[in-house]
Design a protein around this ligand. Structure first.
Ligand code: NAP
Length: 230
């Protein structure tokens, strides 16, 4: 760590593991967009390392998941409800290793393996980067049974499925219809509902029916006559 002096803020930085720069801005590689648009606005660039607030930790990203919301943000569809600051780094899901901790972030230590749905109020510093500043409320310890890619794919889709089923109070003996059941959210919803003891019917394209059966759901195709088929 360059430039650490005894005492004061530098010692705090050393204790927290924060990379100290003495005014020299460090950079990381990230996928950025400098305007709204399609995939053509995405670039692989060098950008400033994120700074961590007291209630956040700096995570070195091992894997980041791609969710449908990422292209919707880059295309500008969420602009009416979320401020975007350009150049923006997309991405909300990730797994990685804690590299530095904020002064009040007592929940995690340098070296912890974590995963998280790093959603913030505004869109700017996402997870498609080497480093991300993640508020501690967005993180959990990475389950040791999952590899980095599996852990990165868990938070957004898994939480959406879990919260949806919790909100409607699914219990043993219920019958649950999951639409788009072979997708990221849907396949988590199927597995959670099956684990809760529900009978699960899932809509999917025919090519995904064996997959749904393997998760414990009864597959049906979309489209006309769906109500009669379930
Ligand atoms: N509001 C939130 O907080 C929130 C959070 C997460 C996701 N979402 C949204 O939920 C949606 C699904 O997300 P995801 O991550 O599960 O996406 P995904 O992994 O891309 O899955 C999408 C699924 O949609 C299915 N599909 C295609 N045509 C369909 C149709 N006509 N009717 C019903 N399903 C159809 C596909 O299944 P087949 O290949 O079997 O056809 C595919 O598996 C996205 O629109 C996403 O933005 C919202």
């Amino acid at each position: 760590m360059a430039g650490t002096r005894p005492g004061g803020a530098d010692t705090e930085a050393a204790r927290s593991g924060q990379r100290h720069t003495c005014g020299v801005e460090r950079t990381m590689r990230a996928i950025t967009a400098d305007r709204y648009g399609g995939p053509d606005v995405l670039e692989f660039t060098e950008t400033a390392d994120p700074k961590i607030a007291p209630d956040a930790v700096l995570v070195r990203v091992k894997a980041a998941a791609v969710n449908p919301v990422d292209w919707k943000i880059v295309a500008g569809y969420l602009d009416p409800i979320m401020h975007a600051h350009f150049p923006l780094i997309p991405g909300w899901d990730m797994s990685g290793v804690v590299e530095a901790v904020g002064l009040d972030a007592t929940e995690f230590s340098v070296g912890d393996e974590v995963c998280g749905y790093v959603r913030k109020d505004e869109v700017q510093h996402g997870t498609f980067a080497e480093l991300v500043a993640a508020p501690v409320r967005t993180l959990a310890k990475k389950p040791s049974s999952l590899d980095w890619r599996q852990a990165a794919g868990l938070p957004l889709a898994g939480l959406t499925a879990h919260q949806s089923l919790a909100r409607i109070g699914v219990t043993r003996g219920d019958t649950v219809l999951v639409h788009a059941a072979a997708g990221g959210v849907g396949s988590f919803a199927v597995q959670i509902a099956v684990a809760l003891g529900a009978r699960v019917i899932g809509t999917a394209s025919e090519r995904n029916h064996d997959f749904l059966r393997s998760l414990g759901a009864e597959p049906v195709v979309y489209g006309e006559g769906l109500a009669e088929r379930v």
